[in-house]
Design a protein around this ligand. Structure first.
Ligand code: ADP
Ligand code: MG
Length: 408
């Protein structure tokens, strides 16, 4: 059996016309001899009648402490609706199709309602349906606990469903269909001349995704990477070949890493973060002070990023949403704190960064020429991050895109 996982996002399923396009992509795969497992997101985006965020607005505000278990039941409905509509569309093309919920598809998760992790996949039911000649449509973004409670997987959860199924079924490929023609050198919404990348490594796309490129969820990449299942990002609306995510160069021997002249693959950005700089000059026991700061954040469930522990200060960022809570905590602990709200993290990512001198120098030059102030920076072997004021974010991304010639 040649199993292919095909995942379609909310915008791809938004109208009758689009669903017809989705069905014809699935139908084509069937006619090419594949057994497709089709993962669907809920229809549309916030505000659309059957979008997950729309369901949430119905209960938000009723009580400050909404029941998490029931919220997951509510949030799991959007995919049941889109899946049912898609099965009907596939049938109208003469295909045999069946819908399975996450639980029916054997996706077992932990008990973390709202942000559950997949612990294993029991693919027997899917395999049985595929063997009987059915296209198996699976509701994305959800699973079931050992005791049968419905859970959801958090933002980008349908990508994770697709990857987990791809791995469990040892699929030939996991194809993520969306509204862009592949992974681009930057978000096309802010860089007009962003280009499609033909290939990227798992590592590069994982970094891009973690640093804010919303095109695929990083957890989905990590899962596919474990078993080296090729991931392809493609457009539902065009025949463009899309982006292949793999460790292997298609033209080279198995096991050979991609080595190209490309230093930077792309640029990602994360808006809406607040920078904290806590002075620890007076601390009699610096290490203990540092520990207390991070412990206090963890206890308040505030996730911190861009951490820099320096001899006389501790720097980090949190998302704007939780900034006020973090300020309060630090005040209660009597720390002298500088707060810079409305910042953005801009990252350049590329497997070629390691060991290439001058990349940081080029980055600093491009940003200072564009009049952008760097508030903080950090680097790893595949990524260089800078923190800038949010008002400079678009300028920064565009300047870097140009500097590293990503538009050519
Ligand atoms: P879906 O509903 O199909 O899951 P998403 O909105 O999650 O779609 O992801 C697709 C969007 O990701 C694109 O419309 C694009 O604006 C955005 N995006 C951000 N960064 C990138 C990038 N580097 N390459 C491609 N798309 C990107
Ligand atoms: Mg998505």
């Amino acid at each position: 059996m040649h199993i292919l996982v095909q995942k379609f996002g909310g915008t791809s399923l938004a109208t009758d016309e689009r669903r017809a396009q989705v069905a014809s992509i699935v139908s084509e795969a069937v006619h090419e001899g594949y057994s497709p497992v089709v993962v669907v997101s809920a229809i549309g985006r916030s505000g659309d009648p059957y979008a997950t965020d729309t369901f949430l607005t119905m209960v938000r505000g009723i009580h400050p402490d909404l029941p998490k278990r029931e919220l997951d039941l509510l949030m799991s409905c959007g995919e049941v609706i889109s899946g049912t509509v898609l099965v009907s569309t596939l049938k109208s093309l003469g295909l045999k199709a069946v819908l399975l919920t996450g639980g029916q598809a054997g996706i077992i998760t932990n008990n973390d309602f709202g942000d559950a992790r997949i612990v294993r996949v029991e693919p027997a039911e899917i395999l049985e349906q595929l063997a009987a000649g059915y296209v198996v449509v699976v509701t994305g973004f959800q699973g079931v606990t050992e005791s049968g409670q419905i859970t959801t997987l958090g933002r980008g959860g349908s990508d994770t469903t697709a990857s987990a199924l791809g791995v469990a079924l040892n699929a030939e490929s996991i194809d993520i269909y969306t509204d862009v023609e592949g992974i681009m050198t930057a978000d096309p919404r802010i860089v007009e001349d962003a280009r499609i990348l033909d290939t990227v490594t798992y590592n590069e796309i994982c970094q891009l995704a973690y640093q804010g490129a919303k095109v695929i969820h990083p957890r989905a990449v990590e899962i596919a990477m474990q078993r080296n299942i090729p991931l392809r990002i493609k457009s539902t609306f065009s025949k463009a070949p899309g982006t292949l995510v793999t460790n292997m160069h298609p033209d080279r021997e198995v096991g050979t890493d991609i080595t190209t002249d490309r230093i930077i693959a792309g640029i990602a950005h994360t808006p809406n973060v607040t920078q904290f700089k806590i002075m620890t000059t007076d601390a009699s026991n610096k290490q203990l002070t540092d520990k207390r700061i991070f412990k206090a954040m963890a206890l308040a469930d505030i996730s911190v990023d861009f951490i820099s522990v320096q001899p006389e200060a501790v720097l980090y960022t949190v998302s704007d949403e939780v900034a006020a809570k973090a300020v309060q905590i630090l005040q209660n602990m009597d720390f002298e704190t500088e707060v810079v709200p409305s910042c953005a993290k801009v990252s350049i990512v590329g497997a070629g960064i390691a060991g290439v001198p001058g990349v940081m120098a080029d980055m600093v030059e491009a940003l200072s020429d564009a009049g952008v102030t760097i508030l903080q920076s950090a680097d790893s072997h595949t990524t260089i991050w800078v923190l800038v004021h949010q008002r400079d974010m678009v300028t920064a991304v565009q300047a870097l895109h140009k500097k590293f010639k990503l538009d050519i």
